[in-house]
Design a protein around this ligand. Structure first.
Ligand code: SF4
Length: 318
């Protein structure tokens, strides 16, 4: 049985002149326990809105999020409170996501306080255990977030996210604000914690080179839709969708070259308030065909798809 089953999740926002901006359109996927799913795409593709809709930080317009016997997309507030123990989110900005007026001990203990778990000494013991888990000293409890570096603050945010022993973590661009060397330390920590705690993670990033380090599978989003999903090894070596191929081509290899001799995608994504007919990528796609301008391709295994791989592209359906 899947840990989480997202079906036809859709979210729109009000756009200019009474239009609706399709931030997330009809997105479906499942995850197994202990799995890490990377979600990648350019800025504005809807990946963060997808993550926030799954945890109900924003209200989805339609669709289902089956988790722990509940549909989180429609659950009442009291039901959600319980499920929030099992799903936590880590945000991009370690500077903005920690309350600067509270000491680190209180910041990490806050989920325990909200859910009325443990006595004060028990919570302190748990906080120290969590600090150790994320590689910070126990003395950090009495210091304020501003006394720590960006990477250390993200460790504090991770410790807080782990306080309630969640089953699933949504990590939303959680290393994007950090220097490259610090990014790799945090990625290593996330990989360690996943092994140690059996965590499932939805790891959202605009950067395929970051996603590949932690993901079992990778889902690629373009203009609010999934355009490709498959095993990370396949996506990183043999992507099928032209957009994924272009993202991969932009990833630098060790030594400075690009990852593959494929064209880097140029131009801007279309206006989500006025999406084009047919395939949303057709205006930028080097392999565009006539059908692409008229008919939107559906996500599917298609011709010759590797095991577990699905692509929304007419190259594999015609
Ligand atoms: Fe390119 Fe057509 Fe495939 Fe879209 S459907 S990615 S335009 S080939």
């Amino acid at each position: 049985m899947s840990l989480i089953d997202v079906r036809h999740l859709t979210k729109t926002f009000p756009g200019p002149n009474g239009t609706r901006v399709q931030a997330v359109s009809d997105v479906s996927f499942s995850m197994e326990e202990g799995e890490v799913l990377g979600v990648v795409g350019e800025s504005g593709c809807g990946k963060s809105t997808l993550g926030h809709s799954i945890v109900r930080l924003i209200e989805p317009d339609a669709g289902e999020v089956a988790f722990g016997g509940l549909d989180l997309a429609k659950a009442r507030k009291a039901e959600l409170k319980h499920s929030r123990r099992d799903i936590q989110i880590i945000f991009q900005d370690p500077f903005g996501s920690l309350n600067p007026r509270h000491k680190v001990g209180h910041v990490i203990a806050e989920p325990l306080i909200v859910h009325r778990i443990g006595t004060r000494p028990e919570r302190l013991a748990r906080v120290k255990e969590l600090l150790d888990l994320v590689g910070l000293p126990a003395e950090a409890v009495d210091r304020y977030p501003h006394e720590f570096s960006g990477g250390q603050r993200q460790r504090i945010a991770i410790a807080r996210a782990l306080a309630l022993n969640p089953k699933l973590i949504v990590a939303d661009e959680s290393v994007s604000a950090l220097d490259v060397s610090i990014q790799s330390q945090i990625l290593n920590l996330i990989a360690e914690l996943r092994e140690k705690l059996g965590l499932s993670i939805i790891f959202i990033s605009h950067d395929l080179s970051v996603i590949r380090h932690v993901s079992d599978r990778i889902a690629v989003m373009y203009l609010g839709r999934l355009v490709e999903i498959g095993p990370a090894a396949q996506i990183m070596t043999d992507p099928r969708h032209p957009y994924t191929q272009a993202l991969l081509a932009a990833v630098p290899k060790i030594g400075g070259d690009r990852h593959a001799a494929r064209p880097i995608v140029t131009g801007e994504p279309p206006d989500p308030a006025n999406p084009p007919q047919g395939c949303a990528f057709h205006g930028r796609c080097p392999k565009v065909m006539e059908i692409c301008r008229r008919t939107r391709p559906e996500l599917g295994a298609g011709n010759g798809a590797p095991a577990g791989s699905e692509t929304a592209c007419h190259l594999y359906t015609t």
